[in-house]
Design a protein around this ligand. Structure first.
Ligand code: NAP
Length: 542
Protein backbone atom coordinates (compact mmCIF):
# COMPACT_ATOMS: atom_id res chain seq x y z
CA UNK A 1 0.00 0.00 0.00
CA UNK A 2 1.41 3.39 -0.96
CA UNK A 3 1.45 6.56 1.07
CA UNK A 4 -0.45 8.30 -1.69
CA UNK A 5 0.60 11.87 -1.09
CA UNK A 6 0.69 12.95 -4.71
CA UNK A 7 2.17 16.34 -3.84
CA UNK A 8 5.43 14.49 -3.19
CA UNK A 9 7.68 13.21 -5.97
CA UNK A 10 7.73 9.76 -4.40
CA UNK A 11 6.62 7.83 -1.36
CA UNK A 12 10.12 6.50 -0.97
CA UNK A 13 13.41 7.71 -2.38
CA UNK A 14 16.02 5.00 -2.41
CA UNK A 15 19.62 6.18 -2.55
CA UNK A 16 21.85 3.78 -4.48
CA UNK A 17 21.20 1.43 -7.39
CA UNK A 18 23.46 -1.35 -6.21
CA UNK A 19 22.24 -4.68 -4.92
CA UNK A 20 20.40 -3.06 -2.01
CA UNK A 21 18.72 -0.32 -4.02
CA UNK A 22 17.66 -2.62 -6.87
CA UNK A 23 16.04 -5.09 -4.54
CA UNK A 24 14.44 -2.34 -2.43
CA UNK A 25 12.89 -0.86 -5.58
CA UNK A 26 11.52 -4.23 -6.65
CA UNK A 27 9.95 -4.99 -3.29
CA UNK A 28 8.63 -1.53 -2.47
CA UNK A 29 7.10 -1.11 -5.90
CA UNK A 30 5.35 -4.48 -5.54
CA UNK A 31 3.97 -3.26 -2.22
CA UNK A 32 2.40 -0.27 -3.97
CA UNK A 33 4.84 2.49 -3.06
CA UNK A 34 5.90 5.07 -5.60
CA UNK A 35 9.68 4.77 -5.59
CA UNK A 36 12.52 6.74 -7.17
CA UNK A 37 16.08 5.40 -7.02
CA UNK A 38 18.99 7.82 -7.33
CA UNK A 39 22.58 6.87 -8.08
CA UNK A 40 25.71 8.79 -9.02
CA UNK A 41 26.92 6.04 -11.36
CA UNK A 42 26.27 5.77 -15.08
CA UNK A 43 24.98 2.22 -14.64
CA UNK A 44 23.32 0.03 -12.05
CA UNK A 45 25.30 -2.34 -9.85
CA UNK A 46 26.86 -0.17 -7.13
CA UNK A 47 30.06 -1.86 -5.99
CA UNK A 48 29.98 -4.03 -9.08
CA UNK A 49 29.67 -1.02 -11.34
CA UNK A 50 32.57 0.91 -9.81
CA UNK A 51 35.11 -1.77 -8.91
CA UNK A 52 36.11 -2.91 -12.38
CA UNK A 53 39.88 -2.98 -11.79
CA UNK A 54 41.79 -5.87 -13.39
CA UNK A 55 41.30 -9.01 -11.33
CA UNK A 56 38.15 -7.80 -9.53
CA UNK A 57 36.02 -10.70 -8.45
CA UNK A 58 33.93 -11.78 -5.54
CA UNK A 59 35.47 -13.93 -2.82
CA UNK A 60 32.20 -15.53 -1.72
CA UNK A 61 31.01 -18.56 -3.75
CA UNK A 62 28.89 -17.39 -6.69
CA UNK A 63 25.67 -19.10 -5.77
CA UNK A 64 25.82 -17.78 -2.20
CA UNK A 65 26.55 -14.31 -3.51
CA UNK A 66 23.29 -14.09 -5.44
CA UNK A 67 19.64 -13.43 -4.70
CA UNK A 68 17.20 -16.15 -3.72
CA UNK A 69 13.96 -14.18 -4.02
CA UNK A 70 12.93 -15.70 -7.35
CA UNK A 71 13.41 -19.43 -8.09
CA UNK A 72 12.98 -18.72 -11.81
CA UNK A 73 15.85 -16.26 -11.75
CA UNK A 74 17.99 -18.88 -10.02
CA UNK A 75 17.16 -21.45 -12.68
CA UNK A 76 17.81 -19.20 -15.66
CA UNK A 77 21.09 -17.68 -14.44
CA UNK A 78 24.37 -19.60 -14.88
CA UNK A 79 27.36 -18.79 -12.70
CA UNK A 80 30.46 -19.77 -14.61
CA UNK A 81 33.04 -19.93 -11.83
CA UNK A 82 33.29 -20.75 -8.15
CA UNK A 83 34.05 -17.06 -7.49
CA UNK A 84 32.43 -14.70 -9.98
CA UNK A 85 34.45 -12.08 -11.81
CA UNK A 86 33.18 -8.49 -11.63
CA UNK A 87 31.81 -8.38 -15.21
CA UNK A 88 29.61 -11.40 -14.52
CA UNK A 89 28.10 -9.89 -11.36
CA UNK A 90 27.59 -6.58 -13.14
CA UNK A 91 25.77 -8.47 -15.94
CA UNK A 92 23.64 -10.28 -13.35
CA UNK A 93 22.56 -7.02 -11.73
CA UNK A 94 21.79 -5.49 -15.13
CA UNK A 95 19.77 -8.59 -15.93
CA UNK A 96 17.80 -8.06 -12.72
CA UNK A 97 17.19 -4.40 -13.60
CA UNK A 98 15.78 -5.47 -16.98
CA UNK A 99 13.95 -8.62 -15.92
CA UNK A 100 11.92 -6.78 -13.27
CA UNK A 101 11.53 -3.60 -15.31
CA UNK A 102 13.34 -1.57 -12.67
CA UNK A 103 15.06 1.00 -14.87
CA UNK A 104 12.03 3.23 -15.34
CA UNK A 105 12.30 4.31 -11.70
CA UNK A 106 16.08 4.66 -11.56
CA UNK A 107 17.83 7.96 -12.22
CA UNK A 108 21.48 7.41 -13.00
CA UNK A 109 24.24 10.03 -12.95
CA UNK A 110 22.19 11.67 -10.22
CA UNK A 111 24.23 11.67 -7.02
CA UNK A 112 22.65 12.90 -3.81
CA UNK A 113 24.34 16.04 -2.49
CA UNK A 114 22.04 16.91 0.40
CA UNK A 115 19.06 15.52 2.29
CA UNK A 116 17.02 17.69 4.62
CA UNK A 117 14.15 16.54 6.79
CA UNK A 118 11.28 19.01 6.90
CA UNK A 119 9.68 18.53 10.30
CA UNK A 120 6.62 20.62 9.44
CA UNK A 121 5.53 18.23 6.69
CA UNK A 122 7.32 14.98 7.63
CA UNK A 123 9.07 15.05 4.29
CA UNK A 124 12.61 14.51 3.05
CA UNK A 125 13.90 17.08 0.56
CA UNK A 126 16.66 15.69 -1.62
CA UNK A 127 19.08 17.91 -3.52
CA UNK A 128 20.90 16.09 -6.25
CA UNK A 129 24.35 16.83 -7.62
CA UNK A 130 22.63 17.67 -10.90
CA UNK A 131 20.72 20.53 -9.28
CA UNK A 132 17.31 18.85 -9.02
CA UNK A 133 15.20 18.86 -5.88
CA UNK A 134 12.94 15.93 -5.00
CA UNK A 135 10.61 15.22 -2.11
CA UNK A 136 9.51 12.00 -0.47
CA UNK A 137 7.96 10.89 2.78
CA UNK A 138 10.61 8.23 3.42
CA UNK A 139 14.20 7.60 2.40
CA UNK A 140 15.89 4.24 2.22
CA UNK A 141 19.67 4.37 2.09
CA UNK A 142 21.17 1.64 -0.06
CA UNK A 143 24.47 3.44 -0.08
CA UNK A 144 26.68 0.48 0.75
CA UNK A 145 29.35 -0.02 3.37
CA UNK A 146 32.29 0.14 0.99
CA UNK A 147 31.43 2.87 -1.48
CA UNK A 148 33.16 6.06 -0.34
CA UNK A 149 36.69 5.76 -1.77
CA UNK A 150 39.63 6.70 0.42
CA UNK A 151 42.83 8.12 -1.06
CA UNK A 152 45.82 9.16 1.04
CA UNK A 153 46.73 12.80 0.98
CA UNK A 154 50.38 12.42 -0.01
CA UNK A 155 52.37 15.62 -0.44
CA UNK A 156 52.78 16.58 -4.06
CA UNK A 157 50.14 14.18 -5.39
CA UNK A 158 48.61 16.84 -7.61
CA UNK A 159 51.96 17.40 -9.30
CA UNK A 160 52.14 13.83 -10.68
CA UNK A 161 52.48 14.05 -14.46
CA UNK A 162 51.22 10.51 -15.10
CA UNK A 163 47.77 8.99 -14.70
CA UNK A 164 46.23 8.52 -11.24
CA UNK A 165 43.67 5.73 -10.88
CA UNK A 166 41.62 4.37 -8.01
CA UNK A 167 40.69 0.69 -7.93
CA UNK A 168 37.13 1.57 -6.92
CA UNK A 169 36.71 4.20 -9.65
CA UNK A 170 38.27 2.24 -12.48
CA UNK A 171 37.36 3.66 -15.91
CA UNK A 172 34.78 1.77 -17.97
CA UNK A 173 36.56 0.32 -20.96
CA UNK A 174 39.76 -0.25 -18.99
CA UNK A 175 43.20 1.34 -19.21
CA UNK A 176 46.05 0.52 -21.58
CA UNK A 177 48.98 -0.47 -19.37
CA UNK A 178 51.24 -2.37 -21.77
CA UNK A 179 54.84 -1.28 -21.42
CA UNK A 180 54.00 1.34 -18.80
CA UNK A 181 55.57 1.77 -15.38
CA UNK A 182 52.74 1.26 -12.94
CA UNK A 183 52.75 1.81 -9.18
CA UNK A 184 50.06 0.46 -6.87
CA UNK A 185 49.41 1.45 -3.28
CA UNK A 186 47.42 -0.88 -1.06
CA UNK A 187 47.23 -4.61 -0.59
CA UNK A 188 43.84 -5.30 0.94
CA UNK A 189 41.30 -7.39 -0.99
CA UNK A 190 41.37 -4.97 -3.94
CA UNK A 191 45.15 -4.61 -4.21
CA UNK A 192 45.78 -8.31 -3.70
CA UNK A 193 43.43 -9.10 -6.59
CA UNK A 194 44.78 -6.37 -8.84
CA UNK A 195 48.53 -6.89 -8.28
CA UNK A 196 48.90 -10.26 -10.12
CA UNK A 197 46.85 -8.95 -13.07
CA UNK A 198 48.61 -5.57 -13.26
CA UNK A 199 51.96 -7.38 -13.18
CA UNK A 200 50.93 -9.30 -16.31
CA UNK A 201 49.74 -6.16 -18.08
CA UNK A 202 52.36 -3.54 -17.13
CA UNK A 203 55.91 -3.09 -18.29
CA UNK A 204 56.92 -2.80 -14.65
CA UNK A 205 54.89 -2.88 -11.46
CA UNK A 206 55.98 -1.23 -8.21
CA UNK A 207 53.94 -2.29 -5.18
CA UNK A 208 53.97 0.20 -2.30
CA UNK A 209 53.14 -1.77 0.82
CA UNK A 210 52.45 -0.27 4.24
CA UNK A 211 51.22 -3.41 6.02
CA UNK A 212 51.84 -6.98 4.89
CA UNK A 213 48.61 -8.83 4.16
CA UNK A 214 47.24 -12.17 5.21
CA UNK A 215 45.84 -13.65 2.02
CA UNK A 216 44.94 -17.20 1.14
CA UNK A 217 44.74 -18.88 -2.29
CA UNK A 218 41.14 -18.71 -3.50
CA UNK A 219 41.37 -21.96 -5.49
CA UNK A 220 38.92 -20.47 -7.92
CA UNK A 221 37.86 -22.71 -10.82
CA UNK A 222 35.10 -23.02 -13.40
CA UNK A 223 31.90 -24.68 -12.20
CA UNK A 224 31.29 -27.94 -14.02
CA UNK A 225 28.02 -28.74 -15.80
CA UNK A 226 27.29 -31.37 -13.15
CA UNK A 227 27.79 -28.83 -10.38
CA UNK A 228 25.47 -26.41 -12.14
CA UNK A 229 22.72 -29.01 -12.33
CA UNK A 230 23.19 -30.08 -8.71
CA UNK A 231 23.20 -26.51 -7.55
CA UNK A 232 19.99 -25.68 -9.36
CA UNK A 233 18.30 -28.73 -7.90
CA UNK A 234 19.27 -27.70 -4.38
CA UNK A 235 18.78 -23.93 -4.42
CA UNK A 236 15.77 -23.88 -2.09
CA UNK A 237 17.50 -25.97 0.57
CA UNK A 238 20.70 -23.89 0.31
CA UNK A 239 18.81 -20.61 0.54
CA UNK A 240 16.93 -21.79 3.60
CA UNK A 241 20.31 -22.47 5.21
CA UNK A 242 21.60 -19.06 4.23
CA UNK A 243 18.59 -17.16 5.58
CA UNK A 244 18.86 -18.94 8.92
CA UNK A 245 22.63 -18.89 9.46
CA UNK A 246 24.84 -16.43 11.37
CA UNK A 247 26.78 -15.37 8.27
CA UNK A 248 24.17 -16.02 5.53
CA UNK A 249 26.18 -18.99 4.33
CA UNK A 250 25.06 -22.45 3.26
CA UNK A 251 26.27 -25.55 5.10
CA UNK A 252 27.65 -27.36 2.09
CA UNK A 253 30.35 -25.20 0.58
CA UNK A 254 30.31 -22.50 3.21
CA UNK A 255 31.92 -19.19 2.44
CA UNK A 256 35.44 -20.55 2.96
CA UNK A 257 36.57 -17.03 3.60
CA UNK A 258 35.25 -17.01 7.14
CA UNK A 259 34.64 -20.56 8.27
CA UNK A 260 37.71 -22.71 7.98
CA UNK A 261 38.88 -23.14 11.61
CA UNK A 262 38.08 -26.31 13.53
CA UNK A 263 37.00 -25.26 17.04
CA UNK A 264 38.57 -28.41 18.54
CA UNK A 265 41.95 -28.07 16.84
CA UNK A 266 44.33 -26.25 19.18
CA UNK A 267 47.65 -24.93 17.92
CA UNK A 268 48.90 -24.32 21.47
CA UNK A 269 48.80 -28.08 22.04
CA UNK A 270 50.21 -29.06 18.62
CA UNK A 271 53.69 -30.53 18.04
CA UNK A 272 56.19 -29.20 15.48
CA UNK A 273 55.53 -32.34 13.39
CA UNK A 274 51.80 -31.69 13.41
CA UNK A 275 52.34 -28.12 12.30
CA UNK A 276 54.71 -29.21 9.54
CA UNK A 277 52.14 -31.78 8.39
CA UNK A 278 49.52 -29.04 8.32
CA UNK A 279 51.81 -26.89 6.14
CA UNK A 280 52.44 -29.77 3.76
CA UNK A 281 48.77 -30.65 3.46
CA UNK A 282 47.15 -27.20 3.55
CA UNK A 283 49.84 -24.69 2.51
CA UNK A 284 48.83 -21.14 3.44
CA UNK A 285 45.56 -22.43 4.88
CA UNK A 286 47.55 -24.24 7.59
CA UNK A 287 47.40 -20.92 9.43
CA UNK A 288 43.60 -20.93 9.51
CA UNK A 289 42.81 -24.35 10.92
CA UNK A 290 43.07 -23.64 14.62
CA UNK A 291 40.11 -22.92 16.85
CA UNK A 292 42.17 -21.37 19.66
CA UNK A 293 43.73 -18.75 17.33
CA UNK A 294 40.45 -16.82 17.24
CA UNK A 295 40.51 -15.94 20.95
CA UNK A 296 44.05 -16.39 22.25
CA UNK A 297 46.81 -14.06 21.05
CA UNK A 298 49.61 -16.60 21.78
CA UNK A 299 47.80 -19.20 19.69
CA UNK A 300 47.21 -16.56 17.06
CA UNK A 301 50.92 -15.70 16.90
CA UNK A 302 51.75 -19.39 16.32
CA UNK A 303 49.25 -19.46 13.46
CA UNK A 304 50.82 -16.28 12.05
CA UNK A 305 54.20 -18.00 12.13
CA UNK A 306 52.83 -20.82 9.95
CA UNK A 307 51.66 -18.17 7.51
CA UNK A 308 55.09 -16.51 7.50
CA UNK A 309 56.73 -19.85 6.86
CA UNK A 310 54.57 -20.28 3.73
CA UNK A 311 55.54 -16.78 2.54
CA UNK A 312 59.22 -17.67 2.95
CA UNK A 313 58.70 -20.94 1.04
CA UNK A 314 56.90 -19.14 -1.80
CA UNK A 315 58.82 -15.89 -2.32
CA UNK A 316 62.35 -16.40 -3.65
CA UNK A 317 64.07 -13.20 -2.48
CA UNK A 318 64.48 -13.47 1.33
CA UNK A 319 64.35 -9.72 1.85
CA UNK A 320 61.13 -9.38 -0.16
CA UNK A 321 59.70 -12.39 1.66
CA UNK A 322 60.51 -10.80 5.00
CA UNK A 323 58.68 -7.61 4.00
CA UNK A 324 55.67 -9.66 2.88
CA UNK A 325 55.44 -11.45 6.26
CA UNK A 326 52.73 -9.94 8.50
CA UNK A 327 54.34 -9.08 11.82
CA UNK A 328 52.37 -6.81 14.03
CA UNK A 329 48.70 -7.76 14.00
CA UNK A 330 46.75 -10.97 14.48
CA UNK A 331 45.17 -13.22 11.88
CA UNK A 332 41.42 -12.60 11.79
CA UNK A 333 41.43 -8.97 12.89
CA UNK A 334 40.86 -7.75 9.34
CA UNK A 335 38.53 -9.15 6.77
CA UNK A 336 40.21 -12.21 5.22
CA UNK A 337 41.60 -11.77 1.72
CA UNK A 338 41.63 -14.42 -1.01
CA UNK A 339 44.09 -14.27 -3.90
CA UNK A 340 45.03 -15.75 -7.22
CA UNK A 341 48.83 -16.05 -7.21
CA UNK A 342 49.60 -13.01 -5.05
CA UNK A 343 52.86 -14.08 -3.43
CA UNK A 344 54.14 -15.78 -6.59
CA UNK A 345 53.80 -12.42 -8.37
CA UNK A 346 56.74 -11.08 -6.34
CA UNK A 347 59.00 -13.64 -8.07
CA UNK A 348 58.44 -11.92 -11.42
CA UNK A 349 61.27 -9.87 -12.83
CA UNK A 350 59.01 -6.91 -13.61
CA UNK A 351 57.71 -6.52 -10.03
CA UNK A 352 59.34 -4.49 -7.25
CA UNK A 353 58.14 -4.28 -3.66
CA UNK A 354 58.63 -1.02 -1.78
CA UNK A 355 58.22 -1.63 1.94
CA UNK A 356 56.92 1.69 3.22
CA UNK A 357 57.73 0.72 6.81
CA UNK A 358 61.43 0.58 5.93
CA UNK A 359 61.34 3.10 3.14
CA UNK A 360 58.61 5.69 3.76
CA UNK A 361 56.95 8.06 1.33
CA UNK A 362 58.64 11.45 1.03
CA UNK A 363 56.57 13.07 -1.72
CA UNK A 364 55.06 12.67 -5.14
CA UNK A 365 56.77 14.53 -7.99
CA UNK A 366 55.86 14.76 -11.70
CA UNK A 367 58.10 11.77 -12.49
CA UNK A 368 56.82 9.44 -9.78
CA UNK A 369 56.98 8.75 -6.06
CA UNK A 370 59.96 9.62 -3.90
CA UNK A 371 60.53 7.31 -0.95
CA UNK A 372 63.35 7.54 1.59
CA UNK A 373 65.78 5.74 -0.72
CA UNK A 374 64.99 7.70 -3.90
CA UNK A 375 62.69 8.18 -6.88
CA UNK A 376 60.38 5.43 -8.15
CA UNK A 377 59.64 6.52 -11.72
CA UNK A 378 56.04 5.90 -12.77
CA UNK A 379 53.64 6.52 -15.63
CA UNK A 380 50.56 5.37 -13.72
CA UNK A 381 49.77 5.42 -10.00
CA UNK A 382 46.94 3.20 -8.76
CA UNK A 383 45.36 3.66 -5.35
CA UNK A 384 43.78 0.52 -3.94
CA UNK A 385 43.63 2.23 -0.59
CA UNK A 386 40.17 1.22 0.47
CA UNK A 387 37.16 3.09 1.73
CA UNK A 388 35.79 5.43 4.35
CA UNK A 389 33.78 2.37 5.27
CA UNK A 390 30.37 1.82 6.85
CA UNK A 391 29.63 5.48 7.61
CA UNK A 392 31.49 7.36 4.83
CA UNK A 393 28.82 7.13 2.14
CA UNK A 394 26.32 8.69 4.55
CA UNK A 395 28.52 11.34 6.16
CA UNK A 396 29.65 12.58 2.74
CA UNK A 397 26.04 13.63 2.10
CA UNK A 398 24.95 16.91 3.71
CA UNK A 399 22.34 14.92 5.64
CA UNK A 400 20.24 16.95 8.07
CA UNK A 401 17.61 15.68 10.47
CA UNK A 402 15.64 17.33 13.27
CA UNK A 403 16.56 20.95 14.01
CA UNK A 404 18.98 20.96 11.09
CA UNK A 405 21.41 18.62 12.90
CA UNK A 406 24.06 17.20 10.60
CA UNK A 407 24.76 13.46 10.54
CA UNK A 408 28.46 14.10 9.90
CA UNK A 409 28.64 15.98 13.21
CA UNK A 410 26.53 13.48 15.12
CA UNK A 411 28.85 10.72 13.96
CA UNK A 412 32.13 12.56 14.54
CA UNK A 413 32.97 10.04 17.29
CA UNK A 414 31.78 7.09 15.22
CA UNK A 415 28.42 6.07 13.78
CA UNK A 416 25.55 5.41 16.18
CA UNK A 417 22.35 3.82 14.95
CA UNK A 418 19.61 1.48 16.09
CA UNK A 419 20.29 -1.98 14.68
CA UNK A 420 21.56 -0.33 11.52
CA UNK A 421 17.98 0.46 10.52
CA UNK A 422 17.67 4.06 11.65
CA UNK A 423 19.31 6.93 13.51
CA UNK A 424 17.81 8.89 16.40
CA UNK A 425 17.17 12.46 15.25
CA UNK A 426 16.75 11.47 11.59
CA UNK A 427 13.09 10.51 11.15
CA UNK A 428 11.67 8.57 8.22
CA UNK A 429 15.10 7.37 7.13
CA UNK A 430 15.93 3.69 6.91
CA UNK A 431 19.32 2.18 6.14
CA UNK A 432 19.93 -1.18 4.52
CA UNK A 433 22.76 -2.91 6.43
CA UNK A 434 23.61 0.30 8.27
CA UNK A 435 26.07 0.79 11.15
CA UNK A 436 25.37 -1.51 14.07
CA UNK A 437 23.92 -4.24 11.88
CA UNK A 438 25.81 -7.45 11.08
CA UNK A 439 27.33 -5.50 8.19
CA UNK A 440 29.62 -7.26 5.77
CA UNK A 441 29.98 -10.26 8.03
CA UNK A 442 26.89 -11.79 6.44
CA UNK A 443 26.85 -12.43 2.70
CA UNK A 444 25.21 -9.47 1.08
CA UNK A 445 22.45 -10.64 -1.30
CA UNK A 446 20.54 -12.87 1.16
CA UNK A 447 21.33 -10.39 3.92
CA UNK A 448 19.87 -7.57 1.80
CA UNK A 449 16.75 -9.63 1.15
CA UNK A 450 16.16 -10.05 4.88
CA UNK A 451 16.82 -6.39 5.65
CA UNK A 452 14.72 -5.01 2.80
CA UNK A 453 11.89 -7.38 3.69
CA UNK A 454 11.92 -6.05 7.26
CA UNK A 455 11.99 -2.39 6.14
CA UNK A 456 9.22 -2.98 3.58
CA UNK A 457 7.03 -4.60 6.24
CA UNK A 458 7.63 -1.58 8.47
CA UNK A 459 6.73 0.85 5.68
CA UNK A 460 3.59 -1.19 4.98
CA UNK A 461 2.69 -0.99 8.63
CA UNK A 462 3.17 2.79 8.68
CA UNK A 463 1.19 3.31 5.49
CA UNK A 464 -1.63 1.04 6.67
CA UNK A 465 -1.96 3.09 9.86
CA UNK A 466 -1.69 6.44 8.14
CA UNK A 467 1.54 7.24 10.03
CA UNK A 468 3.71 9.90 8.49
CA UNK A 469 6.49 10.01 11.07
CA UNK A 470 8.76 7.33 12.48
CA UNK A 471 11.84 7.92 14.53
CA UNK A 472 14.36 5.88 16.52
CA UNK A 473 14.11 6.45 20.26
CA UNK A 474 17.47 7.66 21.60
CA UNK A 475 17.40 5.21 24.55
CA UNK A 476 16.87 2.25 22.22
CA UNK A 477 19.80 3.41 20.12
CA UNK A 478 22.12 3.79 23.11
CA UNK A 479 21.15 0.39 24.46
CA UNK A 480 21.79 -1.26 21.11
CA UNK A 481 25.18 0.47 20.68
CA UNK A 482 26.15 -0.86 24.13
CA UNK A 483 25.15 -4.38 23.04
CA UNK A 484 27.19 -4.10 19.85
CA UNK A 485 30.19 -3.03 21.94
CA UNK A 486 29.67 -5.85 24.42
CA UNK A 487 29.47 -8.46 21.66
CA UNK A 488 32.87 -7.29 20.36
CA UNK A 489 34.76 -7.66 23.63
CA UNK A 490 37.59 -10.16 23.24
CA UNK A 491 37.27 -10.43 19.47
CA UNK A 492 40.29 -10.00 17.19
CA UNK A 493 38.49 -7.12 15.46
CA UNK A 494 39.09 -4.85 18.42
CA UNK A 495 42.68 -5.95 19.21
CA UNK A 496 44.66 -2.72 19.83
CA UNK A 497 47.15 -3.70 17.11
CA UNK A 498 44.37 -4.03 14.56
CA UNK A 499 43.88 -1.16 12.11
CA UNK A 500 41.16 -2.10 9.70
CA UNK A 501 38.19 -0.57 7.95
CA UNK A 502 36.02 -2.65 10.28
CA UNK A 503 37.00 -0.41 13.19
CA UNK A 504 37.79 2.87 11.39
CA UNK A 505 41.52 2.31 11.99
CA UNK A 506 42.26 2.35 8.24
CA UNK A 507 41.83 6.12 8.03
CA UNK A 508 43.93 8.57 10.00
CA UNK A 509 41.80 10.69 12.30
CA UNK A 510 38.66 8.56 11.92
CA UNK A 511 37.00 7.58 15.20
CA UNK A 512 37.85 4.04 16.25
CA UNK A 513 34.56 2.23 16.66
CA UNK A 514 33.45 -1.24 15.55
CA UNK A 515 29.96 -0.55 14.15
CA UNK A 516 29.34 -4.21 13.41
CA UNK A 517 27.20 -6.55 15.51
CA UNK A 518 29.13 -9.77 16.06
CA UNK A 519 26.19 -11.79 17.36
CA UNK A 520 25.30 -13.24 13.95
CA UNK A 521 22.59 -12.55 11.39
CA UNK A 522 20.25 -15.24 12.69
CA UNK A 523 20.13 -13.68 16.14
CA UNK A 524 20.01 -10.18 14.69
CA UNK A 525 17.01 -10.93 12.48
CA UNK A 526 15.20 -12.76 15.27
CA UNK A 527 15.61 -9.62 17.33
CA UNK A 528 14.38 -7.44 14.45
CA UNK A 529 11.30 -9.65 14.05
CA UNK A 530 10.62 -9.39 17.79
CA UNK A 531 10.73 -5.61 17.60
CA UNK A 532 8.26 -5.69 14.74
CA UNK A 533 5.94 -8.06 16.59
CA UNK A 534 6.13 -5.73 19.56
CA UNK A 535 4.68 -2.74 17.68
CA UNK A 536 8.12 -1.74 16.43
CA UNK A 537 9.62 -1.31 19.85
CA UNK A 538 12.42 1.25 19.89
CA UNK A 539 10.72 3.50 17.35
CA UNK A 540 8.28 6.30 18.08
CA UNK A 541 5.54 6.48 15.49
CA UNK A 542 2.85 9.03 14.85
P1 NAP B 1 41.40 -2.20 2.50
O1 NAP B 1 41.18 -3.59 2.89
O2 NAP B 1 41.07 -1.14 3.46
O3 NAP B 1 42.91 -2.09 2.06
C1 NAP B 1 43.48 -0.84 1.78
C2 NAP B 1 44.95 -0.98 1.55
O4 NAP B 1 45.48 0.31 1.30
C3 NAP B 1 45.70 -1.53 2.77
O5 NAP B 1 46.75 -2.33 2.33
C4 NAP B 1 46.20 -0.25 3.42
O6 NAP B 1 47.33 -0.41 4.22
C5 NAP B 1 46.53 0.57 2.20
N1 NAP B 1 46.60 1.98 2.54
C6 NAP B 1 45.59 2.78 2.94
N2 NAP B 1 46.04 4.01 3.18
C7 NAP B 1 47.36 3.99 2.92
C8 NAP B 1 48.39 4.96 2.99
N3 NAP B 1 48.15 6.20 3.40
N4 NAP B 1 49.64 4.59 2.64
C9 NAP B 1 49.89 3.33 2.25
N5 NAP B 1 48.97 2.37 2.17
C10 NAP B 1 47.72 2.70 2.51
O7 NAP B 1 40.60 -1.85 1.16
P2 NAP B 1 40.21 -2.81 -0.06
O8 NAP B 1 41.35 -3.64 -0.48
O9 NAP B 1 39.55 -1.98 -1.09
O10 NAP B 1 39.14 -3.78 0.57
C11 NAP B 1 38.08 -3.27 1.37
C12 NAP B 1 37.02 -4.33 1.51
O11 NAP B 1 36.26 -4.40 0.31
C13 NAP B 1 37.50 -5.73 1.72
O12 NAP B 1 37.91 -6.00 3.03
C14 NAP B 1 36.31 -6.53 1.28
O13 NAP B 1 35.32 -6.53 2.28
C15 NAP B 1 35.81 -5.70 0.10
N6 NAP B 1 36.41 -6.21 -1.14
C16 NAP B 1 36.09 -7.48 -1.49
C17 NAP B 1 36.65 -8.01 -2.61
C18 NAP B 1 36.32 -9.40 -2.96
O14 NAP B 1 35.21 -9.84 -2.86
N7 NAP B 1 37.29 -10.14 -3.35
C19 NAP B 1 37.52 -7.29 -3.40
C20 NAP B 1 37.81 -5.99 -3.02
C21 NAP B 1 37.25 -5.46 -1.87
P3 NAP B 1 47.19 -0.65 5.82
O15 NAP B 1 46.83 -2.09 5.96
O16 NAP B 1 48.51 -0.29 6.36
O17 NAP B 1 46.10 0.27 6.29
Amino acid sequence: MGVNDVALDADVIVVGAGMSGLYALKVLRERGFRVIVLDRAAGVGGTWFWNRYPGARCDIPSFEYSFGFDPELEQEWEWSEQFSPQPEIERYLNHIADRYDLRRDIRLETGVAAMTFDEATDTWIIDTETGEQLSARFCVMGTGGLSAPHRPDWPGLDSFAGEILQSSLWPEGGVELEGRRVGIVGNGSSGVQAIPELAKMAGHLTVFQRTAAFTWPSQNRPLTDTEQVELKARYRELRAQQYASPLATANTTGAVIFTIADPDRRILESTPDEREAALTEHGFSASRLWGDAAKNLDANEMAVELFREMVRRTVEDPEVADSLCPKDYPIGCKRPVLDNGYFETFNRENVTLVDLRKNPIVEVVPEGVITADGLNELDVLVFATGFDAVSGALTRIDLRGNDGRLLRDDWADGPRAFMGFGVAGYPNMFMIIGPGSVGVLATYPPHIELQVGWIADFLDHLAANGNTHVEVEPEAQEQWCAEVEAAAVGSMFTAPSCNSWYNGGNIEGKARVLPIYLGGLDRFMARARDLAANDYEGFSIR
